[in-house]
Design a protein around this ligand. Sequence first.
Ligand code: ZN
Length: 193
Amino acid sequence: MTKRRDLSPALLAWVKSAEWRALSRAQARKNLAAWKAAPRCGAHARSTGEPCQKPAKTGSTRCRIHGAATPKGFGKGTGWHIPTPAITAPKTERKIRDRIRAAEKKARRLAKMSSEELDAHKRWQITHKPGSAEARERARAERKQNAELRDMMAEPRPAPTGQAADIESQLKALRAELQQRRKDDDKPIGAFA
Ligand SMILES: [Zn+2]
């Protein structure tokens, strides 16, 4: 953070001016209003046993400490499941060692499994595909819609009534006439009696 003594004289004069004070006061009021207007965190606070009531983070129903800071989604840009280098080399090495240890632990766990357990494990992996919750939800909605469409197509159409029935019978007659005419056209010339 820049200290006041490091500011140039012009900048120092500006931050001491009445105008700057008015601007910063207005901004502080705005921040406070936003803080008060924000939806509240509904998480159960263990300290009080009541809902937390701190302002929720934008786009979430929870505050920072109740999960809103937890990265969401999967893959690049989400900050989740992606090994990133740490600030210092020893910390990066420790992260790599942790990953190696976790992989070894998993390998040991898999090696101990019976074939049934292994099958169950594989099934779980297949049915619990990675990807964002939204993407999975979208795919699920699409599958549901397609199934509904298939059911709709498979259902026998209800018998038409009233005007629809009239049109249906007219159509039937017209189609029959068309077919008759086509048959007539196919007759070789000179076949007329
Ligand atoms: Zn909270």
